[in-house]
Design a protein around this ligand. Structure first.
Ligand SMILES: *Cc1c(COP(=O)(O)O)cnc(C)c1O
Length: 384
């Protein structure tokens, strides 16, 4: 079918024209019924090789939770970088595609017993932590492991804060490094996460200053560290422009150069930035209704089967099929739950019921969050 989409600068400012073109070609040449997620392979490759390029001694580990689709993982594996995982499920899928344990790290500060057992058996040797209780668990399951403490850093300016759950302040972190050594683990470094979709370049400055403080205090206490794991957080464009990866990395590299030892290893764990803007959801309008003074559009993808992050404030850019008149919509998903509202007051050209809608920058934290709630299937992922 010859689908015609209205594309303008508001779309090509967000997603590369080449990615949009490829997606539309795919849509025009397939019989596959939406919803499905398209991932542009060329974009993923480009992102993988861009991140960390400007940081001395950087080693990149893709955070699997952003998109654990097996074809996506194979593609990333083929680029030669490592992986950051948190669970037995993530480890299983990496093992199934032949990723060796020396290319896997785990930065989940609290690990399940089953996962620790499997991680030990498969030979993973790098782990994060932020509590004494976790040290005792790791002593039992992975004695002698290389461990890095999760330091609390400002998450302001990131759209998906991660410091509210994990991480400790400098005093506690120093204690935890000493405690790990006392319990026979090998305390090698420090980690932090500036928050996901971090659009404030100064978050990294604050984090690196704090890490430097901890680094020096550890050294005074007799612990010589060798690793700084700066986590993820690189932003992508959803509806607005964001600071670029190379600008962020050049800033980080300058600070690392000024503050830390020359031979220090630097780990980076990007998730969202690797896959997010390579993804385009292909969805369909399944309903239109006027309720009170709101006009509603229902899509076949919603909060439960792909757009979970919309409830945390992530907003998307849409490309609508057809030449309709611009109107304001309340966008909803397909399920019968009133929580399933993607966004209010979205300005879009009026589509027909049955029209296709493309959702840009939807490659990260979409399918990985999706459930089959209410019987709506999880969209298939297809690499293009
Ligand atoms: C989620 C997560 C990441 C990836 O974060 P992004 O913001 O997607 O880059 C990296 N490290 C850890 C420990 C995480 O939990």
């Amino acid at each position: 079918m010859k689908h015609r989409f209205r594309i303008d600068r508001s779309h090509t400012r967000i997603t590369a024209k080449s990615t949009i073109r490829k997606a539309i070609d795919y849509v025009r040449n397939t019989d596959l019924e939406p919803p499905y997620l398209l991932i542009d392979k060329a974009k993923v490759r480009q992102k993988v090789h861009g991140i960390g390029k400007n940081i001395r001694n950087a080693e990149v580990f893709y955070a699997v939770k952003a998109n654990p689709d097996v074809e996506v993982l194979k593609l990333i594996n083929g680029q030669g970088i490592g992986f950051e995982i948190a669970s037995e499920g993530e480890l299983n899928i990496l093992s199934s595609i032949g990723v060796s344990s020396d290319r896997i790290i785990t930065s989940n500060p609290i690990k399940s017993f089953r996962f620790l057992r499997m991680a030990a058996a498969s030979g993973i040797t790098y782990f994060s932590y932020d509590s004494e209780a976790e040290v005792l668990k790791m002593r039992e399951y992975v004695p002698g492991a290389n461990v890095y403490v999760r330091l609390s850093v400002p998450n302001e300016g990131s759209e998906w804060p991660l410091s509210k759950k994990f991480a400790v302040e400098v005093d506690a972190a120093e204690e935890l490094l000493l405690y790990a050594r006392k319990k026979g683990l090998n305390p090698v470094g420090i980690t932090f996460h500036v928050g996901s979709q971090c659009t404030n370049i100064y978050n990294w400055n604050a984090a690196l200053n704090k890490a430097k403080d901890l680094w020096d205090r550890a050294e005074k206490a007799g612990i010589r560290l060798s690793l700084l794991n700066i986590g993820g957080g690189y932003p992508i464009r959803y509806t607005k422009d964001v600071v670029g990866i190379s600008a962020i990395d050049k800033n980080i590299n300058k600070l690392i150069y000024e503050k830390f030892p020359k031979k220090m290893r630097v780990f980076i764990e990007p998730g969202r930035a690797v896959v997010g803007d390579a993804g385009i959801f292909v969805t369909r309008v399944i309903g239109k209704a006027v309720r009170g003074d709101e006009e509603w559009l229902s899509l076949d993808v919603g909060v439960f089967n792909g757009l979970m992050e919309s409830v945390g404030g992530i907003k998307y850019r849409y490309i609508v099929e057809g030449p309709g008149e611009m109107r304001k919509w309340t966008l909803a998903g397909p399920s019968c739950d009133s929580f399933d509202v993607i966004e209010k007051d979205v300005l879009l050209p009026e589509p027909a019921v049955g029209s296709y809608v493309l959702i840009l920058s939807s490659g990260a934290y979409t399918i990985s969050y999706a459930s089959e709630f209410n019987g709506f299937s999880i969209p298939k992922t297809i690499l293009i």
